[in-house]
Design a protein around this ligand. Structure first.
Ligand code: CP3
Length: 357
């Protein structure tokens, strides 16, 4: 009977490969999706973005955002979809002027002083601006193929704070780190405010239909170890704990990028379901120290998707061999880049779908 179920469509109604895996249940093969799977490497995405006029228009247009979320699902057959939006929208919703400048990335009006902080909107007000994002979630729940769960997401307070304090991304996040040391009460207030707003934002995504939530702490690796614990791990733990008080069954994927051996500390937090791992961490160390405690997701270096098939295949074999002892979610160590080759994405998805755990 069990074999029969696995071989038929009934499987997707009573079990789900991705949801089972993130909940730590045994699965027949690793589920696969990619960070930034909707993006500029796809001509379909570039066409829709042109139609939208700008990246922010695309994020705030729920019909077009639904369309681009579905593109990589239809084209490659990924096992999960990720809501199309951006981690910086919540800052826009808090009243910070956010712009995405072609070739430069995000630009914001920096928030540093007590006066700037007091000018930010209150947490309840964020929904005015973010309601199109919730509409996208609702539309996706109607249009996603059966059996493909939807991942909602938010930026972690620290990563959001780096953009808020510096007004743009910065290698090493030095401006924000100096701010921690020199203006600690203001910094603590910023983290507290972002933590509260993020809880609200995630709750609304879940109420709109998100099945799983991912928290991106992309710049966590810029922090020193004790700072990682205070300003990456702790705020994320608060967020997940608060949300789980209302929705205990919603799994969380946490991505503290490049935090090195502090991944161990994250693996001790019972509220976190999955830890996403970057491409820099040693896979043997992950397999020994993290996998026995947490389901992991990652860590193929996105660079291999820009290279020839042979190099990609040999790396793919290494990743799947090193992680095979426990169930894991196949993904990249960071977002897919605009120069990734489409045929390489097809190759990876097909390869993983043939795997057996
Ligand atoms: O497909 C998906 O993964 C869902 C959509 C998504 C985007 N951004 C779309 C996007 C998600 C989950 C994000 C998260 C995000 N945004 C992060 C965390 C993940 C990471 O990459 O570390 C961060 C740090 C941001 C902030 C951000 N957004 C930057 C720094 C940039 C500019 C740099 C770049 O890669 O272009 C963006 C723009 C952005 N966000 C694009 C997309 C598809 C490209 C915009 C375009 O079309 O020009």
């Amino acid at each position: 009977f069990f074999v029969y179920i696995l071989q038929t469509n009934i499987y997707i109604y009573i079990m789900n490969l991705f949801l089972d895996c993130v909940k730590g249940l045994p699965v027949k093969r690793p589920p696969i999706w990619f960070m930034r799977q909707a993006g500029r490497y796809l001509s379909e995405y570039r066409d829709t973005r042109k139609k939208a006029g700008s990246f922010l228009n695309l994020c705030y247009n729920s019909n077009l955002a639904t369309e681009v979320t579905l593109q990589p699902i239809d084209k490659f057959g990924f096992d999960a979809a990720i809501l199309f939006a951006d981690i910086l929208l919540i800052l826009d919703a808090l009243g910070v002027n956010v712009q995405f400048v072609e070739g430069q990335g995000p630009l914001l009006d920096p928030v540093k002083s007590k006066k700037d902080i007091n000018l930010l909107k209150t947490t309840e007000k964020i929904h005015d601006k973010l309601s199109p994002v919730y509409d996208t979630v609702k539309k996706l729940k109607q249009h996603l193929p059966k059996g493909v769960p939807l991942i909602g997401f938010a930026g972690a307070p620290w990563t959001l704070a780096t953009y808020l304090i510096n007004g743009r991304g910065e290698q090493g996040s030095l401006t924000a780190k100096k701010f921690i040391i020199a203006n600690n009460p203001e910094f603590e207030e910023i983290i507290k405010l972002l933590t509260e707003a993020t809880v609200e934002y995630i709750l609304m995504q879940i109420k709109s239909g998100a099945d799983v939530i991912k928290i991106f702490d992309s710049w966590a690796g810029a922090l020193n170890a004790d700072m990682v614990r205070s300003y990456s791990l702790n705020p994320i733990k608060t967020i997940v704990t608060e949300v789980k008080k209302q929705f205990p069954e919603i799994p969380f994927i946490v991505f503290p990028r490049s935090v090195n051996t502090i991944y161990s500390d994250f693996s001790e937090v019972k509220e976190f379901d999955v830890l996403a791992v970057d491409q820099f961490l040693d896979r043997k160390w992950i397999a020994e120290n993290i996998q026995p405690k947490k389901v992991i997701q990652g860590n193929l270096d996105p660079l291999f998707l820009t290279q020839d098939k042979e190099n990609l295949l040999s790396e793919l074999k290494k990743v799947t061999e090193d992680f095979k002892k426990y169930p894991y979610v196949f993904n990249l160590g960071h977002g897919i880049t605009p120069d990734a080759r489409v045929e390489n994405v097809t190759l990876v998805v097909d390869y993983i779908k043939e795997l057996k755990l």
